[in-house]
Design a protein around this ligand. Sequence first.
Ligand code: F6R
Length: 607
Amino acid sequence: MCGIIGIVGVNDAAPRLVEGLRRLEYRGYDSAGVATLVNGHIDRRRAEGKLLNLDARLREQPLAGTVGIGHTRWATHGGPTENNAHPHATKRVAVVHNGIIENYQELKDELIEAGCVFESATDTEVIAHLVTLNMDRGMAPAEAAHAAFQRFTGAFALVLVFAGEHDLLIGARHGTPLAVGFGDGEMYLASDAFALAPLTNRICYLEDGDWAEVTRAGAVIHDAGGAVVDRPVKTTAVSGALIGKDGYRHYMLKEIYEQPQVIGDTVNSYINPETSRITMPDLPFDLARASRLTIVACGTAFYAGLVAKYWFETLARLPVEIDIASEFRYREAPMPENGVALFISQSGETLDTLEALRYCKRQGQRILSVVNAPESTIARESDAVLYTMAGPEIGVASTKAFTTQLTTLACLAAQVAHARGAIDDERLMSVARSLREVPARAAEVLAHDERLKDLAAEVSEARDVLYLGRGAMYPLAMEGALKLKEISYIHAEGYAAGELKHGPIALIDDAVPVIVLVPSDNLFEKVVSNVQEVCARSGKVLLIADRKGIDRLSDRVRWSVELPACDPIVAPILYAIPVQLLAYHTAVLKGTDVDQPRNLAKSVTVE
Ligand code: F6R
């Protein structure tokens, strides 16, 4: 992953690089570093851990210079140490890199043979040495860089600075994003427009294979073949404002509490508040007549897609194929004639999802995406985009992005169902009404926060936790388990309740909390039977259900929380909230870093 930034400016670069890195920390926070040109020489400061460590280092040892590069790291090759922190440098070249140079070992062997001495365990260091070697052999910086880029395989975005070159940065994009920013007498490069927002709103996104020579006067952009190309410069709408916690202890809690508002914003953008009619934007293809919908996403966004599969199949009678992006992109799935492929992503930058999108495009599918981040690569490369109105999500664990993805997908599924004649006007209106009630119901669910905090005390003692659900609650069970794992570091699994008896029931004893998500729907009685199976084996059942479920199971369960009765279509949106709060409070009790859990990053731009 990693965030990268470069400035060729008129004022001190280091403080502005750090400010940019603060905005890129969602891409990784294992270490950070900056390098500038000081009297023509490359000088750098790096620090292990979060950006505040680099900030402290720079206060002790400030770095002058108006040209520089910066990096915040999510470690891939080499542990999260200062030595492996970027920028990596020789005397002549320093580089920051996002991605993986897959053939780095072969290049490293060759460079060692040529006399280069490596200091880190990273793949990135080969870039600095190879460009340097090319320059030592007489090439000018741009020529040396371009020749090196042609030798790299894998995905990378990078920025280079050169000793003695006070008016030059070179950037390249191959698979992972890189934006060029146009300032007043200065120029910038960064992983995204958000990093550059305090500096400029004039942005040009490099296309895959592009590389750019950036000076104070502007940018000369080349395509992969080396030809000079024109890329449009746009005025970005990305806001420069840094988002605060508004008095909440963590971003995650703030974002959980924002859900009534942002679900409401999403509902209002897809359902006309006056007529209560679902009015999705016109798509440049007819989804209702598609032969098949293929849904691809990662992590939480994948679980939103899995819920949507139930909706598209049950409500709209539209066949759906779904897979996680990292598997889908390599399994060479045959794609149908007249198929539509749907990609779901908060960041719009997840590399596996993006590559799956490109595969589907090559296979002639029409591309629809559900994205939260405007101007992201997935949004730009789709035939049509449905935006979720979650606003910036800072906490690494996705919460409001998930529920707004579900809201958007429910609107879409209902509209497609109607267009296919699978539901009548009345059912369409009733789904729309149910969706319009979700913000108020979500606020009611949030009122159970204290009760979920009590449950968290019990869950925080557990070594393993099981989540069970059926139908559209099955993905919610997996989402609940993912939330708990990623922020509390407690092992958890989400299972289809009916699958329990095929193996996982062997895990049940009185030390394993079994969290059951069961709204009153057509599968209710089936789940009741599955709960009996758990109880018969001394299992500790914790129930998330409506009044009917609680009345039915109260004598068998150890603990319960009552959610409002609702149309089963909207239940997954509401049942997401207690599992988020449970994970949150458990993590707080465990004392973990809730907003930036270990080993994770918000945007996953490596495969
Ligand atoms: C979990 C989480 C991740 C993301 C996944 C996809 O809380 O946030 O599982 O959902 O990395 O990210 P996006 O949606 O940005 O493609």
